[in-house]
Design a protein around this ligand. Structure first.
Ligand SMILES: NC(=O)c1ccc[n+]([C@@H]2O[C@H](COP(=O)([O-])OP(=O)(O)OC[C@H]3O[C@@H](n4cnc5c(N)ncnc54)[C@H](OP(=O)(O)O)[C@@H]3O)[C@@H](O)[C@H]2O)c1
Length: 273
């Protein structure tokens, strides 16, 4: 399903348009962002989509009040910023998806820009079912915050976090989360295979089961914990399976360790490790 956005940025400069920024742009275009509003800078100069201007290097100038999406790799900020900053003014709006790059690092590179926002998307943004974590400070005005929210809305669930120190925790949950769930789906299918189900059938059923359960949880007023208990009648098959997952808090400890490891890696990378 597409989503109508009433106020697209009139000028959107995307610096880098690979896996992640490419998914965001694909979704925006599908939801009606006029392609002529978009300029992509990518060294390869490879075409992106009909109507979108692609440059191999920075443009000579930038329209007043343009929105910039920083979508290259985080380590490329030192190369990009000195060429980009002279094109910016106080009314430029910067959105950064650079993992592990704190707001202070962005503000240091673009000191004249008021609106600087960190955004952490995950891959399902391309189908409008992503999660985007947003963070900024008091220097970014309400209108710029609202514009960022409106731009992120077609990508899925977009929420602000109040504390920047939680950014890597959020990234561990929603940014890395799709990979953890891909692993879960694969493991569920393999477990079905181990019980004798045909390989392709187990794979199809694992995906459909996770999709159905996620949709149900999203629509239900009950918490996932309650839903799990509701489908597990005492002495039944589901309860027997849940007892295995719950024994010694196995599942809880597995997820806690997984998220902590991802979060800690993010913290270490931000310290230059
Ligand atoms: N992948 C994820 O799940 C995910 C999630 C959240 C955030 N992120 C963030 O998204 C960013 C991009 O990751 P990715 O996986 O999309 O990487 P990617 O696929 O390698 O894309 C990198 C893009 O940057 C461009 N580029 C390279 N050098 C450049 C330069 N000097 N100036 C301007 N553009 C340059 C590349 O150009 P060409 O196209 O010409 O090669 C490419 O379009 C990272 O900062 C990452 O932290 C990723």
């Amino acid at each position: 399903m597409t989503q109508t956005v009433t106020a697209w940025p009139e000028r959107l400069l995307m610096v880098g348009c690979g896996n992640m920024a490419g998914q965001m742009l694909a979704r925006w275009l599908a939801c009606g962002l006029p392609p002529e509003n978009v300029t992509v800078v990518r060294p390869s100069g490879r075409a992106v989509a009909p109507g979108v201007t692609v440059l191999a290097d920075m443009p000579a100038a930038l329209t007043h009040g343009a929105t910039i999406l920083l979508g290259m790799k985080p380590y490329q900020l030192g190369d990009v910023a000195p060429r980009l900053a002279p094109l910016c003014d106080a009314d430029t709006r910067i959105l950064s998806i650079l993992a592990g790059t704190p707001l202070a690092a962005l503000r240091a590179q673009f000191p004249q820009v008021d609106a600087v926002i960190e955004a952490m998307p995950n891959l399902p943004v391309g189908i409008g079912e992503g999660v985007v974590g947003l963070y900024t400070d008091g220097r970014t005005e309400a209108t710029a915050r609202a514009a960022a929210e409106a731009l992120m809305a077609p990508l899925g669930l977009a929420e602000w976090i109040a504390d920047e120190s939680l950014f890597n925790a959020l990234t561990a949950l929603s940014g890395c989360g799709p990979a953890f769930l891909f692993r879960f789906i694969d493991t569920l299918a393999r477990a079905g295979e181990a019980l004798g189900l045909p390989v392709d059938q187990a794979a199809r059923m694992a995906i459909a089961t996770v999709r159905g359960a996620a949709s149900m949880a999203a629509r239900s007023g009950d918490s996932p914990a309650r839903l799990a208990d509701q489908v597990a009648s005492p002495g039944g098959m589901t309860r027997e399976g849940l007892n295995v997952m719950d024994a010694d808090d196995r599942m809880a400890r597995l997820m806690a360790d997984t998220l902590r490891a991802a979060r800690d890696r993010g913290d270490a990378m931000a310290r230059g490790g």
